[in-house]
Design a protein around this ligand. Structure first.
Ligand SMILES: C[S@@+](CC[C@H](N)C(=O)[O-])C[C@H]1O[C@@H](n2cnc3c(N)ncnc32)[C@H](O)[C@@H]1O
Length: 226
């Protein structure tokens, strides 16, 4: 039990350290602040990130007057978009202070900081007391050691719908990504559709839709409701 707790703490610390270190470079994704070459790499190999953003807001329409929890909000692109689209309340939760600082700056620059709250915490350990209409979980399941526990708590936290991305398994890109993250000392996980379906059902979601993001996409875009 003690060993388990220690290894979970160590796991979480590795993910937090990784995202605290990479916060600024991750953020440059969204605002085209990278070099032309890196923008080309992003368009060719990381188009998922833009496609899942589009799909998220398409799936969460209408968002006006809905409450939204963005778990692993990172530098806040979804928080800001949800606030600008008229959500009544948006909470961005993230375990990395560096990411939350950027998210606050983004919300300030977009003029929507009043409608946003930012919470430093780790899901599902740090559960918020209130429930939300919608939850957004993008680019996060990649780093979750116990996805069943995560989804079970998520099911209790959401009343209407949750949208999530799950990284898929690919014969070439998965070992490459595993190796890259091993070098950075950050754990990373991959999923099969059947596994996503089984986990979601056991967690308490009876409706699920799994879409493979086309093109360079390595992610599944998943919509869950009860
Ligand atoms: C790849 S970034 C994605 C950020 C944002 N959702 C996006 O799509 O732009 C993953 C973020 O999830 C956060 N994170 C990972 N595991 C978490 C957890 N269990 N609880 C809260 N935040 C977590 C990391 O700190 C990081 O900011």
């Amino acid at each position: 039990m003690g060993a388990n707790l220690n290894s979970r703490k160590e796991h979480n610390q590795k993910v937090r350290t990784y995202f605290d270190k990479t916060a600024v470079s991750f953020d440059t994704f969204y605002d085209k602040k990278r070099s032309s070459f890196m923008q080309w790499v992003d368009r060719k190999y990381r188009s998922d990130i833009f496609e899942r953003f589009r799909l998220a807001f398409e799936t969460l329409d209408p968002i006006v007057d809905k409450t939204v929890l963005d778990i692993g909000c990172g530098s806040g692109p979804y928080v800001v978009e949800a606030a600008l689209r008229g959500s009544s309340k948006v909470v961005g939760l993230d375990m990395a202070q560096g990411m939350l600082d950027l998210a606050k700056q983004r919300a300030e620059a977009a003029g929507c900081i009043e409608g946003c709250q930012f919470v430093l915490g780790m899901f599902p350990q740090d559960v918020l007391q209130e429930k939300f209409n919608y939850a957004i979980v993008m680019g996060v399941m990649d780093y979750i050691a116990d996805p069943l526990n995560f989804l079970t708590v998520l099911a209790q936290q959401v009343t209407d719908r949750a949208v999530l991305s799950f990284p898929s398994k690919h014969w070439f890109r998965t070992p490459l990504r595993k190796f890259r993250y091993w070098l950075k000392r950050c754990p990373v996980y991959f999923y099969e559709p059947k596994q996503i379906e089984d986990l979601s059902k056991v967690a308490g979601f009876s409706n699920l839709k799994i879409e493979k993001i086309p093109g360079a996409g390595m992610d599944y875009f998943v919509t869950l409701s009860k």
